[in-house]
Design a protein around this ligand. Structure first.
Ligand code: MSP
Length: 674
């Protein structure tokens, strides 16, 4: 089966952000899933470069538009690389291959009388690149609920496309093909819109020259939406290209709800007029909104640098968050706290913890060698039935373009696996002579379950399978969709490894979010910032193993956290650079909106200082007042949640326990500790 999927082509008038990334990540998950199923996939994305707003932005920066877009397009490509987007092609509408097809189509539509010359008089919204009639404006401004900006009165000679002529054909098509526009809410909106009557569309402009010239009347440039929509076939080399014959019509055009109207009205009418089959599905997903409620968008100034986020949390975690958070048919909320919550709970605690625990047990009880399974009990039988069910549901949800639903189902399996570990209690089996065959079955089931998780999560988190096969000591070829409900793939005797945690827990108090969210692209020097903040919060060491305390009833040996490895040797001179001092805590209070931070006023060598410390979950502020603690006195100050922190308090931490180092006997605050 062939599967052609597209994203919108994005305006390169600003760098891509997490909102723009959603469509591309979702399309990538669908494309990867179809490839794994054995379909012949073609996945297209690109950039929409002939818009008037591009010229305005470039001019505002004193740059030539082409030079400007070249730079931004590189950012898009780099972001898609970082996010492991597996597109087969990237079309830029400034490319000759696209210009050629747009010119041919414009001429054909003109010659057959579907495009005609007249005069346009009306309003234009440049940010939306949309024409509006006077009666649609709200208070004289753009009626798009996400825009509301000034519109410009245009009066110019223009070419028009006969949308009205094809209105009934389109309505009939939509009614006869209820699957064409989804979800249903968008389909209903579109039907209402078309039934309200379509006016012919102005499809050329004369007031600027950037764009594709009308071949037979070069003072006109083609309206950017007409030009842009054609990318879906120009990239396939319409009308004669091999790719076009093979892949058109598209299985799905994926996009945000804001632009469904263009894809469900203008685009199908262009295709009907050309006598070309319509795409099978136009799917409009919701938006990512900020916590405050507005759409995440550059113009609202609420975007965070996506590169920085990937750097901090890893691309699989970002992809997982985006795909899990946007529920089908609704909007999703983006905030860094949400992202970290998902990472810590779903990825570190649930998925990562299962993988670490079970591999650790194969290592501990069988020297890392996958044993031979024997008889299944009801527990394995139940697990295998659930796995089959989950696989079918993941498939069903992915076919319905609902990645969040697919992941929700997959996590039913992940949770069941953690429960299976607790129910089978391998640590108890290990102690009983007569239970060794049973232990072998359980450990073999663990290994197969890890392999299955790698397969089923591959469309969503493409880096994960590679990491898992390395831990399992097998090849990437073991990641086959059809094997996702089989439990007899891993041969006994394979050597596994415990490895590093797949998804280290993140402690948000490491980051001064308020400060950083104000920074824009390129402003943040990641490494420097992270080093400073990690140094500031020693108890939340980066890369720390996920909590092992999934089941509090598990025997102590399983519940225990691991020790962090001892760091590389340093010389006495290195150590002497660290100035440790006794300090007296004078006052302490919680830092607002930061669950983990306490602000301490301390005295050291006769002077007051402020220290922000990530210990709020272990100490009430009043417990600390009057204590003599040990601080690193010569650490470079750093701002945390807007408070300048001048040093670091020493504490010991292991697992979930944390103890601040304090002195039994009073000693002058300022005394050196060495
Ligand atoms: N250039 C047109 C599309 C032409 S397609 C022939 C365009 N470009 S855009 O850069 O504005 O990107 C719009 C798309 O980006 C949306 O339809 C959606 O897919 C995605 N998103 C932009 N912001 C988004 C969110 N905050 N949330 C989810 N998707 C978002 O329109």
């Amino acid at each position: 089966m062939k599967y052609y999927i597209t994203t919108p082509i994005f305006y390169p008038n600003a760098s891509p952000h997490i909102g723009t990334a959603y469509t591309t990540v979702a399309a990538d998950a669908f494309a990867r899933y179809h490839r794994m199923k054995g379909d012949d996939v073609y996945f297209l994305t690109g950039t929409d470069e002939n818009a008037q707003k591009i010229v305005q932005t470039a001019e505002g920066k004193g740059l030539d538009p082409k030079a400007y877009v070249d730079g931004v397009v590189e950012r898009f490509k780099a972001l898609w690389d970082e996010l492991d987007i597996s597109n087969d092609d990237f079309i830029r509408t400034t490319e000759e291959r696209h210009h050629k097809v747009v010119k041919e189509i414009f001429t054909k539509l003109y010659e057959q009388g579907d495009i005609y010359k007249s005069e346009y008089e009306g309003w234009y919204c440049t940010p939306c690149e949309t024409f509006w009639t006077e009666n649609k404006l709200i208070d004289g401004k753009c009626p798009n609920p996400d825009c509301g900006r000034e519109v410009e009165l245009l009066k110019e000679e223009s070419y028009f496309f006969k949308l009205s002529k094809y209105q009934d054909d389109l309505l009939n098509y939509i009614k006869e093909n209820p699957e064409f526009i989804q979800p249903v809410s968008r389909r209903n909106e579109m039907v209402k819109f078309i039934e309200g009557g379509l006016e012919d569309l102005c499809v050329s402009r004369t007031t600027f020259q950037w764009g594709i010239q009308v071949p037979f009347d070069p003072k006109h440039v083609v309206y950017v939406w007409l030009d842009a929509l054609i990318n879906y076939i120009s990239a396939l080399d319409y009308p004669d290209g091999e790719l076009y014959h093979k892949f058109w019509p598209a299985e799905v055009h994926l996009m945000g709800k804001d632009i469904v109207r263009f894809h469900a009205v203008i685009w199908p009418i262009i295709l009907i007029a050309l006598g070309v089959p319509l795409p099978k599905l136009v799917y409009g997903h919701g938006w990512f909104l900020s916590k405050e409620g507005g759409k995440i968008s550059k113009s609202r100034g609420n975007v965070q640098d996506s590169f920085e986020l990937i750097n901090r949390y890893g691309s699989d975690a970002i992809r997982y968050f985006l795909l899990r958070e946007m529920q089908v048919g609704t909007d999703g909320t983006y905030s860094e706290d949400n992202l970290v919550d998902r990472l810590n709970s779903d990825l570190a605690n649930d998925l990562g913890n299962f993988v670490s625990r079970s591999l650790a047990m194969i290592v501990k009880y069988r020297g890392g060698i996958i044993p031979q399974a024997s008889e299944d009990t009801a527990l394995e039988a139940e697990l295998k039935t659930l796995c089959q069910e989950v696989k079918a549901q993941v498939e069903e949800r992915l076919e319905a373009h609902d990645p969040a639903g697919a992941l929700e189902n997959l996590w039913r399996f992940v949770s069941r696996l953690n429960k299976y570990v607790d129910e089978t209690a391998p640590w108890a089996l290990a102690k009983q002579e007569g239970e060794q065959a049973r232990l072998d079955t359980v450990l073999h089931t663990f290994a197969e379950a890890i392999r299955i998780l790698a397969i089923l999560s591959a469309p969503f988190m493409p880096k994960l399978p590679g990491k898992i096969v390395r831990l399992l000591g097998v090849e990437e070829g073991f990641i086959r969709w059809e094997d996702a409900s089989r439990w007899d793939i891993l041969e006994p005797g394979i050597q596994v490894e415990k490895g590093e945690p797949l998804f280290p827990r993140v402690d948000l108090s490491q980051y001064d979010l308020e400060q950083e969210s104000k920074k824009t692209v390129n402003e943040i020097n990641t490494t420097e910032k992270m080093n400073e903040t990690i140094a500031q919060a020693p108890n939340q060491v980066e890369g720390k193993a996920p909590d092992k305390l999934v089941n509090t009833e598990a025997p102590a040996q399983e519940a225990e956290a691991e020790f962090e490895p001892i760091k590389d040797e340093i010389s006495i001179d290195d150590f002497a650079k660290i100035d440790l001092r006794v300090a007296k805590v004078l006052a302490a209070e919680k830092v607002q909106k930061a669950d983990k931070l306490l602000k301490l006023e301390i005295e050291v060598a006769g002077k007051p200082r402020t220290i922000v410390s990530g210990i709020a979950q272990h100490y009430a502020p009043e417990e600390l007042v009057g204590k003599y603690v040990v601080i690193v006195a010569n650490l470079k100050p750093v701002k945390l949640r807007g408070i300048m922190s001048e040093g670091m308090i020493l504490a010991a931490s292991h697992g979930t326990v944390l103890e601040v180092l304090s002195l039994d006997k009073e000693i002058a605050a300022g005394a050196r500790v060495k």
